[in-house]
Design a protein around this ligand. Sequence first.
Ligand SMILES: [Zn+2]
Ligand SMILES: [Zn+2]
Length: 268
Amino acid sequence: MNAIQIFLVLLLCVITYPFVIAFDAAGRAWRIKKVYAVDVTDEQLRRERRNSYFTTPIHPVTLAAAMLAGVLHVAPETWLGAGLTFIATFVWTEVYHYLLHRAIHLRSLHFIHREHHRSHITNTWTSISFSFYEEFFFAIGVIGGLSLVSQWLPVSMYGIVAYYLLYFFTNTLGHSNLEVNAPGYMDTLLGKIFTTSAYHAMHHARYVKNYGLLTRIMDRLFDSEWADTNEVQSRAARGEPLTALRQKFGSEAVGDGAVGAQSSRLAS
Ligand SMILES: [Zn+2]
Ligand SMILES: [Zn+2]
């Protein structure tokens, strides 16, 4: 690895912290509207900070290890190569993350995901609070897929790093419990594709559905999206946050008992 590559790996190890601190400060300074008006305890924040020290380096260290071991073949950098690698990493990660996320919600594998879901109300620190295994399996899948592709096609490290910067930034925002989009955003063309903070906040509060990472596409394909997602996003954006974890709207409010029971069983 050359000096630039080592610098980029080190940058990825720490870059989430400025994102976390900046979103926290912006949320307070600009009074950005909340998805859930439910307080996070100091104990949760301490636990999330503790977890972050172990989990933030896992993706970049896996990337560096794959390069050093000669498993991930990195091609000479070009703009085209970086762009195509960025797109391929984005698409592959959406698919892999969705499958992994569904798998670790199965009872037999849920021990991997339990730590992340101890946070029922999210904040920016939740975005880097995982068990070691969860982040490790995620990183192995992302880098493993790219390593396989690199056996036949040119793969750009800059493209991978650019994807991770986008992922770390949007993942911090996605866990911020701050809704930055306008009411009705999820009915727009962009909103029909990409998730928002409300989308993932609902996953944590209700424990199931809305599994998608940066897009809603896999949830829509596999019919695993909450029907009142657009309603919750619009309410949050209008300054009408939800006030209870199990608060639901429209068709989701009917038969709430069954879903609530499932959530409690998984949470225990
Ligand atoms: Zn989950
Ligand atoms: Zn989460």
